[in-house]
Design a protein around this ligand. Sequence first.
Ligand code: TNX
Length: 551
Amino acid sequence: MKTKSFVLVILSLVILTAGQNRAGTQMSIIPLPKKITPADGSFELDEQTRIAVSGAATKKIARMLNEFISPATGFSLEITNGKDTTGKYIEFKIDDNLSNLTEEGYELNVTPDAVTIASAGQAGLFYGVQTLRQLLPAEIYSREKQDSRNIKWLIPAIHIEDAPEFKWRGMHLDVCRHFMPVEFVKKYIDLLAMHKMNKFHWHLTDDQGWRIEIKKYPRLTEIGAWREQTIVGHQSGDPENYTYDGTRHGGFYTQQEIKEVLEYAKKRFVTVIPEIEMPGHCHAAVASYPNLSCKGGDFEVGCRWGGYKDVYCPGKEKTFEFLQNVLTEVIELFPGEYIHIGGDECSKERWRQCPKCQKRIAEENLENEKELQSYFIKRIERFLNKKGRKVIGWDEILEGGLSPTATVMSWRSEQGGITAAKNGNDVIMAPNPYTYFDYYQGKKENEPLAIGGFLPLEKVYSYHPVPEVLNNRQAEHILGAQGQVWTEYIKDSDHVEYMAYPRACALAEVVWSESENKNFDYFYDRLKKHTRRLDWLDVNYRELDSESDND
Ligand code: TNX
């Protein structure tokens, strides 16, 4: 009797979990694929499974698959050229006929005997692998080997056709206000790739810290990478009354470390866009080399937030020489086509009083300091274009006129992006009301101190990157969108994860799966299961709200 009921309990448990696995796991892919057709049965991944490839491109992806699954499974699957018809296999195929899905799209077919992932491009195969990982039990994300007696690596039979809605699917990280270690930067990139995001915008220089080694200008990291202390709490009222923590903070990435990060990102089909801020947000640079500013002087690396008046002086040729030398090293390191040159929030106060700046304004027939900013940006853009690179800047680069080849990152809401797209410039949407992950995501009282604002998960999810006012031709200039993680109030990597996740999951779906009829409740259901994956990856995401979480 006892044994019988025990067996019954076990049996019903097995049936229950199997059922959950089918419906649950299948439907919890984030970002949501374009088309999913479930089928019967499942494929069991085991040690005997082989990976069939045909050529170097597919072999590289096969190796990545092994890298992803071997920690949890303990398997190192044999990679064979062509199919082995005697056993089970996972096949990777480059198929030009699938070019309608773009190079990032893919077809994934799972039957009880075989898994096939096909795409017109290597990136598509990689994204097929990301989907495959999500079809497996969440334990697949564990970095420790799971006990094979407790788990079967089942993949439900399914057919998926998928392709991204936008080309630019990005996340930004400010490592200036608070430095983040290389290991974390890699983890951040890994999470992007898992969510089929393909751009990592690395904010490397700002008032409070210069974070990239530049061989020609060692003081940038000897001096510029370190600040004596950091303001405590929110900055408001009389600066005389600010309190500081008295703790030195800083750090920087050597060129060797940057190369490592780039290599890591490349394997995951993530392009890294470095941001070197100019003409403002450069207090750490002018603290290192005061002559680059209008007045010169004795500056310290910024210890508080907000703007600084002492910025690069466009009246001096030396300033351009410096920036071009810096950018030359940046270009040698970063292979991507885009270099971000900031351009935001530049105080014009010093320029107004600086004889050299005024002389430049007169000589170049500029109207005012706004046009001097535009002269600055255009001159740097010409330099970068000559080196074969494209420029991105925050929407302030529109002020005073912009060259048609620059790409605008629209942060002050969508207005800059709309103007730019109408102008014929490419646009990346990064509007603060929808994509600033440094804003509060819940009631202030219950959240760690943040910069302000309120951006709950649902609002991120509701975002549509293409503004309705644009016609089709203008809409083509919207490359996509990205999430921003500014770190004034975010001191460490755990807190970065808390702010970024799960909001980045919602954004991933905005840029990959965007459709008229997206549904937050359906996303939220999938997200509940998705957080188990994040648990295995040790992501310190913000727990889902209990009131709407009835799992
Ligand atoms: C504005 S967005 C800034 C950053 C701040 C951020 C805080 C942008 C281009 N500039 O310097 O960190 O707001 O939300």
